[in-house]
Design a protein around this ligand. Sequence first.
Ligand code: IDC
Length: 306
Amino acid sequence: MTTYFDKHGPLHVSGTQLVDANGTPVQLRGVSTLGLAWYPEFVNEAGFRTLRDDWGANAVRLAMYTQEEGGYMTGGDKAGLEALIEKGVGICRDLGMYVIVDWHILSDGNPEIHADAAEDFFRRMSAKFAAEPHVLYEICNEPNGAGVTWPVVKGYAQRIIPVIRANAPKAVVLCGTPNWSQDVDLAAADPLDIENVMYSLHFYAATHKDGLRDKAEAAMAAGAPIFIDEFSICDASGDGILDYDSAAAWRALIQKHGLSYIAWSLSNRDESAALIRADSAKTSDWGDSDLTETGTWFRNVLREDK
Ligand code: IDC
């Protein structure tokens, strides 16, 4: 079979669009793991294959928390987490899927807090994956908190991206934006002077509505490439009700611009964002009865877009 990676190969950014070497627009569509430390069993070949063949996904995001429980900087098993990333990257290579290596800051809202470790991490990851054009690097999941302005995030990006590029000169890099990766307008007004960078926009449809959609439109109109590397259709806690109307409005925006989108999360945690039901023990070959409401909605979306 011809995989999505077979068709498109190495990617780059042209204007606001992610494209392949021929300039053909590319739309990455897939799922994010929850914390790798918490749900390592979901990183497996049969599971990713199911996502590819049954759901229609062409990408996976590997989310490695830095400061939450068991995080990379908070007592997590660093070697084990890196081995899981290597495993996920290898599975995606074999399956012809793209993969995002996500330095998942969250309670550590300022990326500068762990910048030394981030630099070391991305230096080694990009060296390891230097010849792997299916790998994208997400340098800081969600900058947030008082004082975490765009200039702060921009300074961090200016430090980390060259480290990645020294090993993987053409790798596409995804850069978080202030206010939990919502303030893409700030990045658009003062973009990084570095090629092949896209700005993260995250939404939770029951919380984020027209205001954030307008922000996204304005940022793209100003020339900023946007990548939705995390979203769900519940509220921003990852739980609560699903908002199908807001989800439909987001979907229209995504399709209008051919945006890439990655759903949170490939796990069976007992919360609305989880794609797999808490009472399912399956880590691949999910049937209808294994999917949550969110999972059912999202599998339909992927199947439509395939
Ligand atoms: C949430 C998880 C939840 C976990 C929590 C940790 O869904 O199970 O306990 O993190 O604090 C984000 C973050 C993402 C969050 C998610 C939902 O990137 O890590 O996951 N969310 O709250 N941004 C907006 C929402």
